[in-house]
Design a protein around this ligand. Structure first.
Ligand code: CUA
Length: 310
């Protein structure tokens, strides 16, 4: 995008930002020029063809099909084009590439709690490296929030009771604003933070310096042991429960038909509402762990389950 136009927009600091801006600019140009044309014609014609004598009457017009087709079909094609263009960008921003850096986000009234897989936790601040795709796995402890970083052109609602996710790839080091974009109570406007995009080497140093904390999967292993999950879920399937080894991203048949890919959301649901979607061949014997485990512990537990490989 040329330099002269970028003053119109917030900092462009992600791979998707210029694409979003081009689309936005095209939309503004199309709608703006049509609006301008209409208002100009209204003004010019109302002066040019004003009534000059009291007995003056306008000519009777029956309609002209080719002209009407012209102004129906052309705008239709333009807007379908914009729809397709938007669809392509939407698809891209909804499908994270392989090998993302995953970050867990927990929103609450009124702060952002973030955790790296390596263990470090942050509040209202997130350190990430430039040039790497980052996926945010987000949930809320209370009401609906929305994770919004204007410089990355990303915004996604953060909902209680489930995961939503979004991804981005930051392009240049710097500090960028993080906002909550969903009205969530008295201090909504103060639910803000900073995304600290660092050069790869600096980020590596930063994360090394935080190593006093243990990785999420190790904390998750402790939660797994404390809750006694291993009495039913061992390394092989037993009549009590299926093995959780290699369960992540596996297609699983469900009791009563249908199947599901065991992603983070399904693992989360199976811990909080185990009776909802039971694996084919098992009974509904698992109790819910709702209320016994915080959102942060749940995230760690899920990271542990994801790490279980045969
Ligand atoms: Cu959280 Cu607004």
């Amino acid at each position: 995008m040329p330099e002269w136009i970028t003053w119109l927009f917030p900092d462009q600091a992600s791979t998707i930002a210029p694409k979003v801006d081009w689309l936005y600019l095209a939309l503004i140009l199309v709608t703006g020029s049509v609006a301008l044309l209409i208002f100009t014609l209204i003004t010019v014609y109302s002066i040019r063809y004003r009534r000059r004598r009291i007995d003056q009457r306008g000519a009777h017009i029956e309609g002209f099909v080719p002209l009407e087709l012209f102004w129906a079909v052309i705008p239709f094609l333009i807007f379908m084009g914009i729809f397709a263009w938007g669809g392509v960008i939407y698809y891209e921003r909804s499908s994270p590439p392989k090998g993302t850096i995953d970050i867990y986000v927990v929103g609450k009234q009124w702060m952002w709690k973030l955790q790296h897989l390596e263990g470090p936790r942050e509040i209202n601040q997130l350190h990430i490296p430039a040039g790497y795709p980052v996926r945010l796995l987000m949930t809320s402890q209370d009401v609906i929030h929305s994770f919004y970083v204007p410089a990355f052109r990303i915004k996604q609602d953060v909902l209680p009771g489930r995961y939503t996710s979004q991804w981005f790839q930051a392009t240049k080091p710097g500090r960028y604003h993080l906002f909550c974009a969903e009205y969530c109570g008295t201090e909504h406007s103060r639910m803000i933070g900073t995304i600290e995009v660092m050069r790869q080497e600096d980020f590596q140093q930063w994360i090394e310096a935080q190593r006093a904390t243990q990785p999420m999967k190790s904390s998750g292993k402790e939660v797994f042991a404390r809750l006694g999950c291993d009495s039913c879920h061992s390394s092989t399937d037993t009549p009590l429960g299926p093995s959780l080894h290699n369960v992540y991203q596996r297609k699983t048949s469900l009791k009563g038909g249908g199947s599901i890919v065991a992603d983070e959301s399904y693992l989360r649901e199976s811990i909080l509402n185990p009776a909802d979607r039971i694996v084919h061949g098992y009974q509904s014997t698992m109790p819910t762990y709702r209320g016994q485990i915080s959102d942060e512990q749940l995230n760690e537990l899920i990271e542990y389950i994801k790490s279980l490989k045969r």
